[in-house]
Design a protein around this ligand. Structure first.
Ligand code: C2E
Ligand code: MG
Ligand code: MG
Ligand code: MG
Length: 292
């Protein structure tokens, strides 16, 4: 009997599958405590205007430093946080942290920038989400125009009618919206024009192929052309080389973000980076543009 039971219970689980689910279970439990134990961090990555060479924004990217698991990627723990509902308190914490950080950069006299915060589908499904965001802005006394929210096409398209209403409400507050990882999902053009959005973020999978894949280059061209005719802004993510940068500038992309400029870093390191950028590097972007 025991043998039988044993055989049955092992039948559907390979050793790796068990290991994986045990890790996930541990992680989910640990994630519950991560907020109160102060294990979550927000890193920032600069966004640069190609027209001026200036830093115009910072994307907030969450990090989890766990004593046992080490640095856990958001690609691994965000899905767990979504399943367990923990993404709601975590999402509010990221908003509060990023908004306060931008406020303190403004008070230090840093150049005018926005802060961009990634959103999960679960957050967008909350009826009171716009009020939550508004409350966070009010607490920090930050005008809504300095906040951008990033959501992916699939988040918007999964419940388009709800997304339209939600984006209308956020837009009415003065918050701007960017569609993240653009080009990888299935947006319908008809919906795209009905969503109150300000910016498309060209996915890094296309940017990475600049110089060796003409299809990817054609897609980038098409996205830039489309944003122009829809009066939206464009930002390319995952810009890693000068070749990427030159191509994007030549094709009229508005903004860039990627390791070529800076990896996501803690706020204190970003401050040092910002100083260095405005002293030495900012001019390089525009000079190159004038030459070309
Ligand atoms: P994303 O919003 O599309 O962010 C871009 C990802 O690309 C980030 O990974 C960033 O570190 C990475 N990256 C930036 N520049 C380069 C580059 O030049 N080359 C390469 N190879 N990668 C680059 P990260 O920080 O691991 O975040 C992964 C994803 O996790 C994000 O994708 C976003 O979807 C999600 N995420 C991060 N923070 C949050 C958050 O606070 N809330 C929610 N809901 N999701 C988040
Ligand atoms: Mg993003
Ligand atoms: Mg992205
Ligand atoms: Mg992504």
């Amino acid at each position: 009997f025991t043998k039988q039971e044993g055989r049955n219970s092992y039948r559907f689980f390979s050793p790796e599958m068990q290991l994986h689910s045990v890790r996930q279970l541990h992680m989910e439990n640990a994630l519950r405590k991560a907020l109160e134990r102060n294990e979550l961090r927000v890193f920032y990555q600069p966004q640069i205007s190609l027209a001026t060479g200036k830093v115009v924004g910072m994307e907030a990217l969450i990090r989890w430093q766990h004593p046992e698991f080490g640095l856990v990627s958001p690609l691994e723990f965000i899905p767990l946080a979504e399943e367990s509902g923990l993404i709601l308190p975590i999402g509010v914490w990221v908003l509060q942290t990023a908004i306060h950080q931008l406020k303190s950069w403004q008070e230090q006299g840093q150049p005018p920038m926005i802060v961009a915060v990634n959103l999960s589908a679960v957050q967008l499904r909350q009826t009171y989400f716009p009020q939550i965001v508004q409350q966070c802005l009010k607490e920090a006394n930050l005008p809504a125009k300095y906040l951008e929210l990033e959501l992916t096409e699939s988040v918007a398209m999964s419940q388009p009618h709800k997304a339209i209403a939600m984006l209308d409400a956020l837009h009415a507050l003065g918050i701007s919206i960017a569609i993240d990882d653009f080009g990888t999902g299935y947006s319908s053009m008809a919906y795209l024009t009905r969503f109150k959005i300000n910016k498309l973020k060209i996915d890094q999978s296309f940017v990475r192929k600049i110089g060796n894949n003409s299809d990817a280059e054609a897609i980038i061209d098409t996205i830039i052309g489309m944003t122009k005719s829809l009066n939206l802004e464009t930002i390319a993510e995952g810009v890693e080389t000068k070749e990427h940068l030159d191509f994007l500038r030549e094709r009229g992309c508005g903004e860039v973000q990627g390791y070529y400029f800076s990896k996501p870093k803690p706020a204190e390191e970003i401050q040092i980076w910002l100083e260095n950028w405005s002293n030495n590097l900012e001019g390089r972007i525009t000079k190159e543009r004038e030459r070309s």
